[in-house]
Design a binder for this molecule. Structure first.
Ligand code: FAD
Length: 289
């Protein structure tokens, strides 16, 4: 076996991040090998099989389609058609026979919320929902002040300035990023009689340990009409990126689980795959391990 680098760069993981960074590297003329442990690339954007069960794609909707199409254009890939979605969700279940319609139309949103809690004075629902929407808008605008550039690629000075200004610019995001989602819901919609509405709103972010910020960010995108469905589903985005990566000369190896990143004398030398197979490269990048 030789220790000569076989590739300029190895990318671990074929999700959106790995495919995008791999495509940029390949377009820049690097020889790139992408290693994916599953049977195909896609990560959270494709169905995958674990312990004999097939799990459907996690992601379905996207925000900021112009940003995505801007990246595809830069990479020379075909742009994707996005359809705006409104209402974004219809939450059924917490109270039988009724649903919460999560939409940018505040009247329809509020009407469906009231129907979930028929015994509650109308102004209580109106006040709670009004405040929730106002906070969602605030968080949406705060999030958009964040730079798109990755902090890792910024100079120390720029990172310092960003860190200091975040305290001031992202006041709401910092506060609600620490708060459990149940806490904001209980303060805006208190009492047993509001339980049904709280449960419906909680299930908009169906993740264990969700924070108030998760709900506010999602609702912020709804009320600001920033939710889109990619034609062909998120799978089409993965297929487009995979084709683009390969068209720039990138190699994809699937069913290839990386077990370690190899280092010698303080420098990366490559990776080892399950089965003790080593692949040498000058550079290794990963969002996964
Ligand atoms: C339930 C859920 C719902 C979501 N819904 C949305 C949504 O509607 N809209 C939205 O914009 N975002 C959504 N997201 C977030 C979005 O899916 C992710 O931000 C994005 O897909 C992450 O891409 P990624 O490339 O960073 O990671 P992943 O998609 O996780 O990709 C990582 C890849 O690395 C591979 N890998 C890991 N370890 C190894 C290893 N050792 N060797 C080889 N390969 C390895 C994995 O198999 C995987 O394919 C959702 C996420 C979840 C969990």
């Amino acid at each position: 076996m030789t220790n000569e680098p076989e590739w300029d760069s190895i990318v671990i993981g074929g999700g959106l991040a790995g495919l995008t960074s791999g495509a940029y590297l390949a377009m820049a003329g690097k020889s790139v090998l992408l290693l994916e442990q599953q049977a195909g690339p896609g990560g959270c954007c494709m169905a995958y099989t674990a312990n004999g069960r097939t799990v459907p794609a996690a992601a379905h909707l996207v925000n900021d389609p112009d940003l995505i199409n801007g990246i595809l254009r830069e990479l020379g890939a075909k742009e994707i058609v996005f359809t705006p979605l409104d209402p974004a969700f219809e939450v059924t279940g917490p109270c039988p026979g009724k649903s919460l319609i999560v939409t940018s139309d505040s009247e329809v949103f509020e009407k469906s919320a009231r129907e979930l809690v028929p015994g509650v004075p109308l102004e209580h629902v109106h006040m709670g929902l009004g405040r929730l929407i106002e906070l969602s808008r605030q968080i949406h605008h705060e999030t958009r002040t964040l730079p798109l550039e990755s902090p890792e690629l910024m100079s120390f000075f720029k990172r310092l300035i960003l860190g200091l200004s975040m305290q001031r610019k992202l006041k709401g995001s910092m506060e609600y990023g620490r708060m459990p989602v149940q806490q904001i819901l209980s303060s805006l919609f208190p009492g047993d009689e509001m339980q049904c509405l709280r449960a419906a709103l909680r299930s908009v972010v169906p993740v264990h340990g969700a924070r108030a910020l998760d709900l506010l960010q999602l609702l912020g995108n709804v009320v600001e009409n920033n939710i889109f469905y990619p034609d062909g589903g998120v799978e089409s985005l993965i297929e487009t990126l995979t084709r683009c990566f390969q068209a720039h000369g990138g190699g994809v190896r699937t069913v290839a689980k990386v077990t370690s990143v190899d280092v010698s004398g303080g420098a990366v030398t490559g990776v080892t795959l399950a089965g003790d197979i080593s692949i040498h490269a000058d550079q290794v990048s990963s969002t996964s391990i």
